[in-house]
Design a protein. Sequence first.
Length: 250
Amino acid sequence: MIKFILFIFFLFYSFNSYGYEKIHVAVASNFIGPLNLIKKEFLKNNKTSFKISTGSTAKLFAQILNKAPIDIFLSADRSTIQKIPDNKKIKVSKFTYAIGSLIIFSKTKIEYQIKFENILLKRLSNKIVIANPKFSPYGRASKQVLESLGMLSLFENKIILASNINQVSSFIYSGNVDLGIISNSDKLKLKKYELGYFKEIPQNLYSPIKQDVILLENAKNNNKAKLFFNFLKSNDTKKIIRSFGYRITD
């Protein structure tokens, strides 16, 4: 009798532990807000364990190279996806899930009627914070803005580097930095709490920030991961992504 009870307990435990497939998604820090809502929507009709790892695109890429058991990678660019070795990805699975944009963010009032470059020139005595171009596609785009305006050398000794785009606004509110370049998606969160002032950066000053997603080799036999990957293409998901200020390629 005791053996029978133990056997039933083992079956019950096994079902709850292994009865559904688990999903592990790695996402660039700028997209964690939308992903949490997409995850919530997905789990309404799908029972599964769902793990999210977030950070800069470069750091997540390093984790994938080091054999982290990640099923889906939402990068903040295209080029990082292209660098993933063939034996670590399902080659035909990538697509662009969002196109990001940049805005200037300040603790003090911005004169909206003047040109963007004049806003920077008026604050040359101030420091500016951007995401680190070495790790962040948004940081590379921010640097490109300054290069396009011929101002990179003017700000060269005044640039403070955040480890990712989400940390830029934190630097401004926790330190002595007044000005920063953030993603348009971060603006919605900051406006909700009535924090700071914003101005869009002309998109001709930087290359489009096309963010790609790919299904990794780890998900080869994971039907739930494949299902979520396809869910990222759904109209419900696109609606959520647009609500955060991203553009979509239809």
